[in-house]
Design a protein around this ligand. Sequence first.
Ligand code: URA
Length: 249
Amino acid sequence: MGEKMRLDRLVASQIYGVSRADVKKLCLKKKISVNGRLMARSDTKVDTDDEIVVDGRRIVYKKHIYIMLNKPKGVVCSTKDGISQTVLELVPKELYREGLFPAGRLDKDTEGFVLLTDDGELAHKMLSPRSHVPKTYFVRLEKPWEQGYSDIMSKGMTISGENGGEDEKCLPAELTLSADNNCECTLTLHEGKYHQVKRMFSELGNKVVYLKRISIGDMALDENLALGECLEILHKDVESLLTPKQDKW
Ligand code: URA
């Protein structure tokens, strides 16, 4: 058994651009059936597990939606921006929902994994400073890395404050140096300070020239997902990001 809900509310919540008034009209046009029976009234209480068909399309009720986006450069992680394209503008109509937002930010010039959802509660838990969900970045540097970087970062380095602000102490982070390219590495952070990856390398006298988030928790960015593309992911997989197998902090 699912949840009891009015038919108009349920259908309007699952199909973007369809209002409750539209559901009423669809009922009058005999376009909606529940468990095989045509529905004349849109205010009928139905169960979210019922078999609901709207104009030939089966609705599988989902309370919330979770989307993996491969963000390209030049796109901003906000819901509105007068100038630049936003991550929400990349979501195809069939995945779009009212209330969708990015659960965490990447800089405009950073590529990679952004989680989009309309689940405020789960996003709040993920973004909480206490959650420590690890995030891994692929980094390309202007100058070759030095072996010593890994040690400094693993001890928890201090970075200068932004715009003359106070210095900030980072949590231990894991740096893996590429065996093939001495300007490339991957870095795993357990927090999300403003411009953190760029500031950590800048503190060591280097500069990030390309940055891509390649995983959140143990969920890797799907390698078949092209830049700008979205993939729906399951609630249970996102929930599991919050319960890591081993939490050092
Ligand atoms: N660190 C950065 O500097 N930029 C990002 O977009 C993410 C992490």
